[in-house]
Ligand binder design. Structure first.
Ligand code: COA
Length: 433
């Protein structure tokens, strides 16, 4: 077969591929499991041993403890994080890496229209008989980037699932490729604390049968997934395909039958979790991974009636301004798709969005409901977009509520230890009398 002989001609070692990357080039890897670890390891060997300098490595979410994040690499390669992970956080905090603010939906357009790109290196699934690969678990912005990069270096990994989707089976464009067979990185199992279950239960009560669901990152959205197990006719339209979606599909709670668009399909743009999740997604015709500028487009999200969006946050002020990505001035994660989905759900018929959190943090020593946001905290979801805030003390629907009504409702969700102080501050701010 022609494609097989072409493949063999392009096959090289990871080190040979790393040698094709030049000083000063802007490189990019897809998020999470899409990162080509063998190529990145070979690149690190070159960066340590040769006079290769001034590289940039862009990535939405790093999923391993890469060499390019180490302090001694700072002069030769700079990481730009688009959604900071536990692996890249230290480098960002120490100023050795940058972060890129953006709505997730806009990431492909930024690559298409604003940023330059020399190199795309990506982990892909094994080639099929027709010469096509899949970007597998990390579709996201990869299609836009594939059409922009001057050099494309696929790393074909035997464990990368082949995932269905209209645009992701892509004919080999790269000049060179290499192969790997290491197991894909897995996410730690989500925590399952009693508080998560209580909050999950509150949200589940608000979600009618037949809804379409988006679940965000973190322990509480996962608990909401678990609490939906007894529902019927649910659909999935979510940027991230989470572990609990597998449970919901296997339990028969999800069938995507009532979705207005993409009926019978679970739609997402990336996945990260356990091997069980990856096996479930592999070659599964009920799964449809699409570019993030489609999945996270608020207009597309709003086409679903009863769109239910569930995300988490770091803190909320008494007006309902939500910070989900920094702890005070310290950058923590990113905007991700939170605002895309809040806005989409706002425009969906009977849609709702739930921003969930524990009422307090740090062993109960601080309230996550604040009179005003902590100095340096950034607003992720604005007071004008926010719908419902949920803690272990209940749900406050802030839509159509005045500033004073919001303050009262949010104080009712605060941990009892902080309610008097919040009332005192709200009075000082003339929010309540
Ligand atoms: N003040 C100080 N520290 C706080 C805090 C606050 N108000 N709120 C949380 N923290 C600390 C926690 O104590 C915890 O620290 P620890 O790891 O030392 O225990 C840490 O911050 C993480 O908090 P936690 O609530 O456990 O995080 P999570 O894993 O449930 O994720 C978000 C919550 C908000 C960080 C996560 O959902 C996120 O990054 N969201 C970004 C936007 C988004 O929702 N996008 C859509 C989905 S991708």
């Amino acid at each position: 077969m022609k494609c097989r002989s072409e493949y063999e001609k392009k096959r090289q070692s990871a080190m040979d591929i790393a040698k094709l990357i030049d000083s000063g080039e802007v490189c990019m890897s897809p998020p999470m499991c899409g990162e080509p670890r063998k190529i990145l390891e070979a690149l690190a060997v070159r960066l340590r041993g040769e006079s290769l300098k001034g590289l940039k490595h862009h990535q939405l979410l790093t999923f391993s403890d890469h060499d390019f994040l180490k302090p001694e690499m700072a002069d030769s390669i700079r990481h730009v994080s688009w959604f900071t992970s536990p692996y890249s956080r230290k480098a960002v905090h120490e100023g050795r890496a940058d972060y890129m603010p953006s709505y997730y939906k806009n990431v492909p357009a930024l690559w298409r229209e604003v940023l330059d790109l020399d190199v795309l290196y990506a982990l892909v699934s094994p080639m099929d008989d027709h010469g096509y690969f899949s970007f597998g678990l990390s579709c996201s912005e990869t299609l836009a980037v594939k059409n922009k990069a001057k050099k494309i270096f696929p790393e074909v990994n035997s464990n990368m699932p082949r995932i269905h989707g209209p645009e992701f089976h892509t004919y080999l464009q790269g000049r060179r490729l290499c192969e790997s067979d290491y197991p894909l990185a897995e996410m730690a199992a989500p925590r399952e604390k009693d508080l998560d279950k209580i909050i999950g239960g509150f949200v589940a009560e608000e979600i009618p049968n037949g809804s379409t669901i988006q679940l965000g990152i973190g322990g509480i959205p996962n608990a909401v997934g678990k609490a939906l197990m007894h529902k019927k006719d649910l659909g999935i339209h979510s940027e991230m395909f989470t572990e609990s979606f597998v449970d919901l599909i296997e339990a028969g709670a999800v069938n995507n039958r009532l979705k207005n668009i993409n009926k019978e399909k679970s739609v997402a743009t990336f996945a990260g979790g356990s091997k069980r999740l990856y096996d479930f997604l592999h070659d599964n015709p009920s799964i449809d991974f699409r570019p993030v500028d489609y999945v996270n487009d608020p207009a597309v999200i709003a086409m679903h009636d009863n769109m239910m969006s569930i995300n988490s946050c770091v803190e909320v002020d008494l007006l309902g301004q939500v910070c989900s990505e920094s702890i005070g001035p310290l950058h923590f994660s990113g905007t991700g798709g939170q605002v895309d989905f809040v806005r989409g759900a706002n425009n969906s018929k009977n849609g709702r969005s739930f921003i969930t959190m524990y009422s307090s943090a740090k062993g109960g020593s601080l309230s996550k409901i604040k009179p005003i946001l902590t100095h340096g905290s950034v607003v992720t979801t604005s007071k004008n977009d926010v719908d419902s805030i949920v803690t272990e003390y209940g749900i406050a629907n802030l839509k159509g509520k005045t500033a004073g009504q919001r303050a009262k409702a949010l104080i009712g969700l605060a941990h009892p230890d902080f309610r008097d102080e919040l009332r005192f501050e709200a009075k000082k701010m003339n929010l309540i009398i």
